[in-house]
Design a protein around this ligand. Structure first.
Ligand code: TPP
Ligand code: SF4
Length: 268
């Protein structure tokens, strides 16, 4: 598979720490795009700010590295101007759901044809390990030295409730299903959300004493299960993986074009 063609080797070495899960996501994203046969010239990747957001520097698509939390707002403008382009928006959990939470729910409600990939490492990695809306009650973070007192969002339920028409979850341990889920999300017509649990050994792993990157990957293996496997009945704390929502609904750019046409006819 022509993977190197999609990578900007001139920006290597990358900034990610050894063992960071973000590289696993990037690898699978490249393989998903390559297997779908999408030309790199037909892809726009928009990111905000964060370790995760640096992915747009390393991939040789049309790329926009924008403001923290605003990737979906920029991507919405791009998609409306050039609806024929595949629009990918990888975000950290802080980027997507703390500062960017408002943009996220409204992008989902519009059902605009964008693929949102949430690289959920449960913490703000880039700025030094502050807690995010996904850290979870009791988690340790630089801003929660005695334990976090906030409950987490459930990204799947939030996306579903806000109106996303494709919602899936996987982890960096489950690499083969990650590629398949990304392919399905990218080809889905509408707002697609793929939550990928990924490891930040430098902050979340260390502060929460989960261990190194391998221990964190094993943690994902042990604490998740596929949707519908009987395991959750025995252990309700397990987090489910797979596709939760996949439905056809009117897509925003198509609806917008229809309204423009209607207005044109009336004024002609
Ligand atoms: C408007 C604004 N507020 C805050 C920041 C500082 N900042 C940069 S990245 C970041 C959070 C990064 O966490 P996340 O989005 O979860 O990505 P990660 O680094 O963990 O991949 C913050 C708060 C900023 N750059 N801009
Ligand atoms: S700080 Fe965490 S998220 Fe950022 S590169 Fe290092 S391991 Fe990855």
């Amino acid at each position: 598979m022509p993977v190197r063609e999609y990578v900007r080797e001139r920006f290597m070495p990358h900034i990610w720490c050894p063992g960071c899960g973000h590289g696993i996501v990037m690898n699978n994203l490249i393989r998903a795009v390559a297997e779908l046969g999408i030309r790199k010239n037909d892809i726009v990747m928009v990111t905000g700010i964060g370790c995760s957001a640096r992915i747009s520097g390393y991939l040789d698509f049309h790329t926009l590295h924008t403001l923290h939390g605003r990737a979906l707002a920029f991507a919405t403008g791009v998609k409306l101007a050039r609806p024929e382009l595949t629009t990918l928006v990888p975000m950290g959990d802080g980027d997507a759901l703390a500062i960017g939470g408002n943009h996220f729910i409204h992008a989902a409600r519009r059902n605009i044809d964008i693929t949102a990939i949430i690289m959920n490492n449960n913490i703000y990695g880039m700025t030094g390990g502050q807690f995010s809306p996904l850290s979870g009650y009791g988690a340790m973070a630089t801003t929660a030295p005695f334990g976090n007192i906030y409950e987490s969002f459930d990204i799947v339920e939030l996306a579903r409730g806000a109106g996303a028409s494709f919602v899936a979850r996987t982890t960096t341990y489950h690499v083969t299903t990650m590629k398949e889920l990304l392919m399905k999300a990218i080809t889905h017509k509408g707002f697609s959300v793929v939550e990928i649990l990924t490891q930040c050994p430098t902050y979340f792993g260390r502060k929460n004493r989960i261990g190194d990157a391998v221990d964190m990957l094993n943690h994902f293996k042990e604490h998740t299960t596929t949707i519908g496997s009987g395991k959750k009945d025995k252990d309700p704390t397990l987090l489910e993986r797979g596709i939760f929502v996949q439905e056809e609904r009117p897509e925003y750019c198509a609806e917008y074009a229809r309204i423009v046409e209607k207005a044109r006819k009336r004024t002609a």
